[in-house]
Design a binder for this molecule. Structure first.
Ligand SMILES: [Zn+2]
Length: 344
């Protein structure tokens, strides 16, 4: 089931308390959404599907129009996550790297939601949690933009759950920066922040040299800092997990990471499986071949990718400690929990 922002907040807190992390997959096609949810169902694990600007504008969703992309993404993920097959899978939909002039309008739309009407019912589909790309923002701009999004939610009497980031590709974030950012946001709008993403020595994308400065200690220090400021349990979001070993990731989870973003490696696995499929089956792409149609349909390559991809996702869920946590997350999301702010 797709979690609303208040349920998402409770699940993030639960993961922080229980010391496991939820995989956040940047899914860039409906086929990838299917695979990720299926992997989560098989593992009885919670899962985060997240989207960046490039996916909203991509061919599978907005086809050039990011606002159309957010509507189509929300419709797709809601339909799938609320299908009876996945009602026991806690699914969170998160806005990931969005930057530039469209940031506020796009994320505001994700908070307000998209309303779908048919003859018998009306459903409004909303993001479970939000973040924005702060790489080109000053600290003040970062605080102000997140504040404006929270104020948008307040003006419409809607809940919102936030991740805040700082310098995720710039080495280890100075603790004073984390203090200023978290204090700036949480004092202005207490209770909305559920995750913080500092630089901890990893980087987005591939890096042949690995990440020698990657520091689980920096995770623990940042976690302690944000919990002290906010007065509640909170986890760290890890950007740039591609290239980290399973041991490094599991050390980061033990130190307080509760959300692990996964994009480049996921793309590599899917693209490699596609390439292998076409290398093996390219000779069937001929009008005279009896297997032409079954080979050429998107279903052919997508099914082949799925067979390779789902076991890899399962392994990652094991590393994060989230296998079997789905039912416990659904229980945690039902608790009568009072949070400061967020209209409660
Ligand atoms: Zn990231």
């Amino acid at each position: 089931m797709l979690l609303n922002p208040l349920q998402a907040h409770l699940v993030y807190e639960f993961a922080a308390r229980e010391r496991f992390a939820i995989l956040a997959v940047n899914a860039d096609s409906p086929a990838c959404l299917n695979d990720v949810l299926e992997a989560a169902r098989l593992a009885q694990s919670p899962i985060i599907i997240e989207t960046s600007l490039w996916q909203l504008k991509g061919h599978s969703f907005g086809a050039g129009d990011a606002m159309r992309g957010i509507a189509r993404y929300l419709a797709d993920i809601s339909l799938l996550a609320n299908d009876p097959a996945y009602l026991n899978v806690p699914v969170l939909f998160h806005t990931d790297h969005i930057k530039g002039p469209e940031t506020q309008s796009l994320i505001s739309a994700a908070i307000s939601g998209v309303t779908l009407r048919n003859h018998t019912s009306i459903a409004t589909l909303r993001a479970s949690s939000i973040s924005l790309d702060a790489s080109e923002l000053s600290e003040e701009q970062n605080i102000n933009l997140l504040s404006a999004l929270i104020e948008h939610a307040q003006a419409h009497q809607l809940p919102v759950t936030c991740e805040m980031e700082a310098g995720v590709d710039d080495g280890i974030t100075d603790i004073a920066v984390i203090e200023r950012l978290v204090t700036g946001l949480d004092r202005r709008h207490p209770g909305y922040l559920a995750l913080f993403a500092p630089g901890i020595g990893s980087q987005h994308g591939f890096n042949a040299a690995g990440f020698p400065t990657f520091s689980p200690t920096a995770v623990a220090v940042a976690k302690s800092c944000i919990e002290q400021i906010c007065g509640r349990t909170m986890g760290i979001a890890l950007h740039g997990s591609t290239g980290l070993s399973e041991q490094q990731i599991s050390n980061a989870v033990a130190a307080g990471v509760t959300k692990v973003n996964w994009s480049s490696e996921s793309l590599l696995i899917r693209a490699t499986a596609m390439r292998d499929y076409w290398i093996s089956n390219g000779n069937k792409i001929s009008p005279s071949d009896s297997a032409f149609k079954v080979t050429a349909m998107d279903n052919g390559v997508q099914s082949a990718v799925s067979r390779t991809y789902i076991p890899v996702v399962h392994q990652r869920l094991l590393t994060l400690g989230s296998v079997g946590q789905g039912p416990r997350c659904l229980q945690a999301a039902k608790l009568n929990h009072v949070m400061a702010g967020n209209g409660l």
